[in-house]
Design a protein around this ligand. Sequence first.
Ligand code: ZN
Length: 349
Amino acid sequence: MLHRISRQSLQMGLACVTCLALFAGCAAPGGATAPTPVAMTDDDHQAATEQVETLPVLTPVTLAAGEKLRVVATTNIVGDVVRQVGGDAIELVQLLPPGTDPHSYQARPDDLRALNQAHVVFVNGLHLEEAMAPVLESLDSGAPVIAVNIGVTPLELQEEHADDAADDHHHEGADPHTWMDVRNVEQWVANIAAVLSALDPAHATAYAANATAYTAELTALHEEIATTLASVPAAQRKLVTDHDNLGYLAHAYGLTIVGAVIPSLSTMAAPSAQELAALQQQITQEGVKAILVGNTVNPAVAQQIARDTGAVVTSIYTDSLSGADGPAATYLEMMRYNLAQIVAALTAK
Ligand SMILES: [Zn+2]
């Protein structure tokens, strides 16, 4: 369990820095003492006890003859899944172009127009679209904003504190990259079908049929990923990622994430020199071969670490699909492409 202890050290190093920075601005009256990080008790990613709320009660939209339900999706991964369920019955606008980083994306004027004309807006939630939050929280249209992750049990990347009073101040929070466990996307499909059917009951049969067919494809994908990764010797299933975006993949399919170039659930953070040095040491000590870098992230730091450690940078798609002519134009294609890349990287001689 060396990897886990070492990873904890890395995370605790981050925790100390964060605590100090946050504590300076938010000390409780009466003089609370600085929290002391303690080792995590289980895995780096722990199942959170709370779930993301429940689906709201929605009333049907009045549509004119020939008018379709107007649906907006934020990320292109959410958009693809909404498209699979809504099919031809909806008019879908997907905001984030291929290759854009959902953490830092800010709504553009065309996006605002689409958002304000929508009957419903689907978001990932769990603070993935953090840079777009002010816009999503104040839509003029009053359209419901639905997190596809409702009902999904999020994993948390967290440090525990001896001092509970300071507990809120530096938790990384729930990991938004839920789609890396295919079973979570099955929950998305159920949510999307329920919402579309409630708003547009005339097409409820079509939505249900689309959802059933797509869920069968997702179940097959889940089994394919599980079987394929199980064929890689356990000692070789160690990865470094660009930011903490593969927690669900690791949790669901038995991989070990040794560390991340940006040790954060968001790309809106930067690693310190000490964190990078600790990560390099980890990679060398544990013989990690693969640094996986998503298509939305600048690979320069990962490439430098690879040069210094002998690991190899492998490109995958994590936070965004590829364009239509790329290898990851849909969620199913993205996951299969990533699976092939990851297995090749883990089993390289
Ligand atoms: Zn991310």
